[in-house]
Design a protein around this ligand. Structure first.
Ligand code: ADP
Ligand code: VHF
Length: 374
């Protein structure tokens, strides 16, 4: 298996995420010169055959600067207003810099719902792939003005990883204000050492990764988690300083900059990756012992006959947790029926579905192709 650095050199499709502090020069306002330098590097990468999708944070930070706010507000509606103001600046800056190279950009604003609802996920994925084919650089951010706390990604590291899964990117690059992941937060530990290479799945990474700065959201903790999510579709993750000269070109050359977190598993099938990447389930199905065995030992689909109870509020196609009587999670998957229909089908044999619901639906409550066993 190629090392993480080699994987980066060979990677044909990169998702590059740039954090708030970097983009806004620590909250002083959009750093147009730095944006110009990243764009020059991204254009050079494209010329050497790398496809690029950008995930750009900084809407709230830039909105606050434009509105003259020095304190990050607590009220969600004020944050959302700031994001709406700042997003204008972000897309303007990216568009202007790419225009110097006659490259078009596209604004793509996503919510968690857009990537957890199968239909909308497929639409978002098709749009992103089409933009790549058209040679347009997508500039992705969370759709901050419409999200509520339940449907937030909350941090763009997670968003970047799920976008990397969706477009089957080979690399996720997280540019931040530190040189990479250290063995302790360098803000409070001046002796901290940079971790150069590790496996994305290594548990100890989570112990050393702390919270974020004043402007960012997730810190290193969400970056390490994002690396794990990205690894599910086989993508290698690099965490590096956006302030390092030619950092993207150096990563592409295989230079020893930043932290590279390598996936150590074979990529799952695309659909299963997506299911596994989902953080928010809409409901829970409690199943009997026979169904637990069918799912875990025999790789079967979940039929209504094995389901004891359902809870939550889900529609057809949404993510549910499948658990045993003791509440232990057995699997996660996309349910074929909404809550009301699922309640009618509880414990009933498949042949009765039509008479119970009045229409012919799928035989399975959750098909094994749409399920990841825990
Ligand atoms: N182990 C660690 N190594 C490096 N940085 C860390 C670590 N733990 C916490 N951090 C903090 O994470 C911050 C970067 O995260 P964040 O502020 O969310 O940035 P971004 O806006 O780039 O996502 C750094 O400034 C650093 O203080
Ligand atoms: N959507 C938010 C992103 C917030 C966020 O994740 O920030 P960061 O931790 O700097 O990547 C914004 O544009 O302000």
């Amino acid at each position: 298996m190629a090392s993480g650095r080699e994987q980066l050199q060979q990677a044909g499709r990169w998702v590059v995420k740039i954090g708030s502090a970097l983009l806004t020069d620590d909250g002083r306002g959009l750093d147009e010169a730095a944006i110009g330098r990243w764009v020059d590097q991204l254009v050079a990468l494209r010329q050497s055959g790398v496809e690029i999708i950008l995930v750009s944070s900084g809407a709230v930070a830039e909105g606050m600067t434009r509105l003259g706010w020095t304190q990050r507000p607590d009220e969600i509606y004020r944050l959302q207003a700031a994001a709406a103001v700042g997003q204008m600046g972000l897309v303007q800056a990216w568009e202007a810099q790419f225009q110097r190279h006659a490259i078009h950009t596209a604004q793509v604003l996503l919510t968690h719902d857009d990537l957890s609802n199968r239909k909308r996920y497929l639409n978002a994925r098709a749009t992103l792939r089409t933009l790549i084919e058209l040679g347009v650089v997508a500039v992705v951010n969370e759709n901050d003005t419409v999200v509520t706390s339940e449907i937030r990604f909350g941090d763009n590291d997670t968003l970047g990883a799920l976008v990397a899964n969706a477009v089957e990117a080979d690399a996720l690059i997280l540019l931040t204000d530190q040189s990479g992941l250290y063995d302790a937060d360098p803000r409070s530990n001046p002796q901290a050492q940079l971790i150069s290479d590790a496996r994305a799945e290594d548990d100890w990474l989570q112990e050393v990764a702390g919270d974020g700065g004043r402007l960012g959201r997730g810190g290193m903790a969400t970056k390490v988690r994002a690396a794990r999510l990205a690894a599910r579709s086989g993508a290698v993750t690099a965490i590096a300083s956006g302030r390092e000269v030619d950092v993207l070109l150096k990563l592409h050359r295989g230079d020893r900059v930043g932290t590279v977190l390598v996936p150590d598993r074979e990529p799952m099938a695309a659909r299963k990756q997506w299911i596994a990447g989902h953080l928010q389930a809409r409901g829970t199905l409690i199943i009997d012992e026979g169904a637990v065995k069918a799912l875990t030992a025999m790789g079967k689909s979940l039929l209504p006959a094995g389901v004891l109870s359902v809870s939550g509020d889900f529609s057809r196609g949404e993510m549910v947790i499948i658990a045993d009587r003791a509440g232990r999670i057995v699997a996660r998957g996309l349910v074929n029926y909404g809550l009301e229909d699922a309640q009618k089908l509880l414990g009933r044999p498949t042949r009765e579905i039509e008479s119970l619901l009045g229409f012919v639906g799928e035989a399975e409550l959750v098909h094994r192709d749409n399920m990841v066993v825990a």
